[in-house]
Design a protein around this ligand. Structure first.
Ligand code: SAH
Length: 185
């Protein structure tokens, strides 16, 4: 078992630093609320918006994050509608944990088209030096499509405006992959 080297753990290590001064943080796929809880615990001054299209996921996230409920707005809607809910831009950190909800129907998952459309919106709303973190799961069919599309999408991002890095275990097949996007000044 890896104690620190998988994509999720690396993501959390990196996020801890940027969350310290973050004022506006988005969990674009809150699921069971584990990431939302992590974001709330590690962002002393942030307002957090947690999105999910599944009512059960939003409810699970509420239960998971009860001690922090005053700093979290829970939204049962697609992250593609982010502009409808967030007026107080720019965004400091947006976190996407793609795929399907562990323990729930595998028929409901993030989809390539919506994910890329949302990234188009989210990157515009991001502040200078703001971060978009995406964990992608190439181990299932739609996840692989989404991962490949993200590799292409991020490769084409203008390097003067965005810095993009990827991290993935190299000797595991189809391991979860982490993408970090930082907006440049
Ligand atoms: N971060 C979660 C796991 C996320 S799983 C945790 O820590 O538990 C991916 C989630 O994305 C699922 O709950 C799914 O319902 C949600 N999802 C799929 N499409 C979405 C969309 N367009 N907008 C918001 N959430 C979406």
């Amino acid at each position: 078992m890896q104690t620190i080297s998988n994509a999720i753990q690396i993501n959390h290590c990196l996020l801890k630093t940027v969350l310290q001064n973050a004022k506006l943080v988005i969990d674009a796929t809150c699921g069971n609320g584990l990431d939302t809880l992590f974001l709330a615990e590690n962002s002393p001054v942030a307002k957090i918006y947690a999105f999910d299209i599944q009512p059960a996921a939003v409810e699970n996230t509420k239960q998971q994050t009860l001690p922090y409920k005053n700093k979290i707005t829970y939204i049962c809607d697609s992250h593609s509608n982010v502009k409808k809910y967030i007026k107080q831009i720019p965004i400091d950190v947006a976190v996407f944990n793609l795929g399907y909800l562990p323990g729930a129907s595998h028929l409901i998952m993030t989809h390539t088209k919506t994910t890329l459309e949302t990234l188009d919106i989210m990157r515009q709303l991001l502040k200078t030096n703001g971060i978009i973190s995406i964990t992608a799961y190439p181990g299932h069919t739609e996840g692989k499509r989404e991962y490949n599309a993200l590799l292409n999408y991020t490769k084409a991002m203008d390097k003067h405006t965005y810095t993009v890095g990827w991290y993935q275990l190299h000797n595991h097949i189809d391991a979860p992959a982490l993408c970090w996007i930082e907006k440049q000044g």
